[in-house]
Design a protein around this ligand. Sequence first.
Ligand SMILES: Nc1nc2c(ncn2[C@@H]2O[C@H](COP(=O)(O)OP(=O)(O)OP(=O)(O)O)[C@@H](O)[C@H]2O)c(=O)[nH]1
Length: 229
Amino acid sequence: MREEELEVALKVVIVGNGGVGKSSMIQRYCKGTFTRDYKKTIGVDFLERQIEVDGEDVRLMLWDTAGQEEFDAITKAYYRGAQACVLAFSTTDRDSFEAAHSWKLKVENECGEIPTVIVQNKIDLMDHSVVNPEEAELLARALGCKLIRASVKEDVNVAAVFRHLAARCLQEMREPREDYYPSPNGHHPVTISAFNPSHTSKNQNGTIVLRPNKHKKRKNVLKSACRLF
Ligand SMILES: Nc1nc2c(ncn2[C@@H]2O[C@H](COP(=O)(O)OP(=O)(O)OP(=O)(O)O)[C@@H](O)[C@H]2O)c(=O)[nH]1
């Protein structure tokens, strides 16, 4: 298998206060549907979608986590092993905007620094906005993240969020290429996946599963994973 045939699987967590549109975003992106009903997420949910980025197949595994605090203890266990994060707040919910810092910290505590996009959702309701544009930009700058304004309802910029994250992750994976050690028999790994949390292993199909250690920076995780081969 040649290097350019690597398949990449990325675990992405979607976080943010209850009602900001996390489940809707994943449904929109993976199923192309939108519903006006609000059914709060209990614990976590999961959907996936395959896309092509820079000629590479990328499998995005999207973890929808409950925004309500009552589920905090359950959801944070599911952050582990995530390689990218969508941090969402709602245009019409001031609390959700102000909670962004603490969501960022919660994810950082479990995953270290991972590529994160801040999504200001519900921009179709801009007339009722409680967050001014400069504030949103300041927040993104303070957290060192890209800000994307989106409307899941109108399907504006939803795909852009996931495409951006996938591209960032691919870029990070390519960075340590000079440290990439081929296996003793000269074969390269078939698949790189970050689906499972903690440490690195190879499954029966020859798929390489990256299992980042808690608090470990992703780049280092990738480096050590590559060194195994
Ligand atoms: N107007 C508008 N409504 C939206 C948009 N996205 C989601 N909604 C609505 O917002 C409500 C909450 O959406 P959910 O996707 O359930 O929110 P959530 O963040 O998953 O909530 P929890 O499961 O409690 O964490 C639903 O009634 C959606 O229809 C949007 O872009 N515009």
